[in-house]
Write a protein that binds this ligand. Sequence first.
Ligand SMILES: [Zn+2]
Length: 294
Amino acid sequence: MALHALSVDLEEHFQVSNFERLIDRKDWDGQPSRVGDSARRLLDLFDESGSRATFFVLGWVAERQPALVREIAARGHEIACHGYGHEIVYEIGPERFREDLRRGRCAIEDAVGGAVEGYRAPSFSITERSLWALEILAEEGFRFDSSIFPVRHYRYGIPSFTREPVCIDLGAGRSILEFPLTTLELGPITLPVAGGAYLRLMPGWLFRWAFRRASSQGRPSVLYTHPWEHDPGQPRQAVPWWVRLNHYANLGRTEDRLRTLIEDESFVPLGEVLADLDRGDTLASRPLETLLAA
Ligand SMILES: [Zn+2]
């Protein structure tokens, strides 16, 4: 049976790419903070099933709520980095990416008092336009990344990318472990069964079936969620119907959906799943070009 990875992108309800044009970064401090309460509900949920997760923390949040980050770590979870200002990697370019990454990591490490070694890009924004980010992550000493979603989506995705965790050989003696977001392949159809809005909008049985199947095949998968997805009482923004569907649909149902899944299977932090694969010598080391081939 495979161990699966559980992950939380720790950010406020107003820091999502969906609201980027609606709520300016300079106005973030004026918004009501809800991340602490909803994160603690998630922590209790994880305790119930004995699951442990990786929390990809936004540096902006770590700076303002260091005690929350320390509490998450103290309750047995892995702390990793979600950048500082929730900037889309392919929009800001290599220089600003490195700055945002360093600023984010600094804030998180200051809060938790230890090193972080994992990264997830806001909105999975490491795509074919921003593969240089992998080099920068390796240069900055990150051991693993989980930002590549092998699906077709208007904002993210590398549809041809490998579906399995892999060690990406970047040349010049550098490498980084990549844990791509989980998909379910059904003939020509690729379904993103990794969490987020998909978990709220797609049938629950499909997720359970996908994770059970991956388990029986010995394939580790990764599941992601956000604290705001467990907060039906959050203030509503005036957004078009498709954004409303994506951000607000079924928020009251997320907790039950997630509970069913994590009670069914064993979930641990990403760093542990990858270390386990590494020890078992089952992580292929492959040059980046070969991972992109259709
Ligand atoms: Zn995010």
